[in-house]
Design a protein around this ligand. Structure first.
Ligand code: ADP
Ligand code: ADP
Ligand code: ZN
Length: 214
C-alpha cells in the first residue's frame, strides 16, 4: 500500500506513521526525519536545509524531490510506504506523480489528519523528540516513562529548535499557504480520507485503519 499522511505540523503524522509501520510492515518515509539526520551528520545537504528549517520555511522543492525520488527506489519500498511530511507543495505532488508513473505505481490513499489550530500549538510546544531514534513524546499527553529518556532506545529526548513558539506560528502559516491546497489536489483524484485527529492516539489509529480498510 502506498499512502500519504497529510496534516499540519503537530497533527500526529509521525505518531500514527509509526503505528502504521507495525501494522502494514512497510516503511515510513519522513522527509523531516531525513533532513534532521542530514543536519546532524553535517552533510552539505544538511547545512543547506538547516537554514530553511530554523526559520520554519520549507526546504526548496528540488532538494526534497531528489531526496524522495532516490528513497522510493530502494528495495524496501517495493511493497509500499507511508509518506509523512511529503509532499508539502503542489510542485512536490506533481513530481511524486511523475516518479510513480515512471515506476508504474500509483497512490492508494491520502489520509488527511484534521486537528484544530489551538491543539496543534499545545502539541508542538510539549513535543519531545529522541535524539537517537526520532521517537516522539509529549510532556503532558504522551510522556516517556523516564523523564528525558526515550522508551524505545534510552536515548536523550530534546525539544526541536523549530518547535519554539515563533517558528511554530510561521510553520502553521506556511502549511495553510503551501500545503493545505494539496487536500483539493488529491480530492480531485478521489484519494482523500478525512480523519479527525483529536482524541486518544489508539482511537485515531483505529479511525485511520478503518478508513484504509486494513
Ligand atoms: P512537522 O511535521 O512538525 O511539520 P517535519 O519534521 O515534517 O515537521 O518538518 C520539519 C521541517 O523540515 C519543515 O518545517 C521544513 O523546513 C522541512 N521539511 C520537511 N519536509 C519537507 C518537505 N516535504 N518540503 C519542504 N520542507 C520540508
Ligand atoms: P507531526 O508528525 O504531525 O508533526 P507528531 O506525531 O510529532 O506530529 O505529534 C506532535 C506532538 O503531539 C507529539 O509530542 C506527540 O507526542 C503529540 N501527540 C500525537 N498524537 C496526539 C494525540 N492524539 N493527542 C495528544 N497529543 C498527541
Ligand atoms: Zn529513541
Amino acid at each position: 500500500m502506498r499512502l500519504i499522511l497529510l496534516g499540519p505540523p503537530g497533527a500526529g503524522k509521525g505518531t500514527q506513521a509509526k503505528l502504521l509501520v507495525e501494522r502494514l510492515q512497510i516503511p515510513q518515509i519522513s522527509t523531516g526525519d531525513m533532513l534532521r539526520a542530514a543536519v546532524k551528520d553535517g552533510t552539505p545537504l544538511g547545512r543547506e536545509a538547516k537554514q530553511y528549517m530554523d526559520r520554519g520555511s520549507l526546504v526548496p522543492d528540488e532538494i526534497i524531490i531528489g531526496l524522495v525520488r532516490e528513497r522510493l527506489q530502494r528495495a524496501d519500498c517495493t511493497r509500499g510506504y507511508i509518506l509523512d511530511g511529503f509532499p508539502r507543495t503542489v510542485t512536490q505532488a506533481e513530481a511524486l506523480g511523475k516518479t510513480l508513473e515512471a515506476l508504474h505505481a500509483s497512490l492508494d490513499h491520502v489520509v488527511s489528519l484534521e486537528v484544530p489550530t489551538e491543539d496543534l500549538v499545545l502539541r508542538i510546544a510539549g513535543r519531545r523528540t529522541c535524539r537517537n531514534c526520532g521517537d516522539m513524546y509529549h510532556v503532558r499527553f504522551s510522556p516517556s516513562k523516564t523523564d528525558g529518556r526515550c522508551d524505545a532506545c534510552g536515548g536523550p529526548t530534546y525539544q526541536r529548535d523549530d518547535d519554539r513558539e515563533e517558528t511554530v506560528r510561521r510553520r502553521l502559516a506556511v502549511y495553510a499557504d503551501q500545503t493545505a491546497p494539496l487536500i483539493s489536489f488529491y480530492e480531485a483524484r478521489g484519494l482523500v480520507r478525512r480523519v479527525p485527529g483529536t482524541g486518544e492516539i489508539p482511537e485515531i489509529f483505529r479511525r485511520i485503519t478503518a478508513a484504509l480498510g486494513t
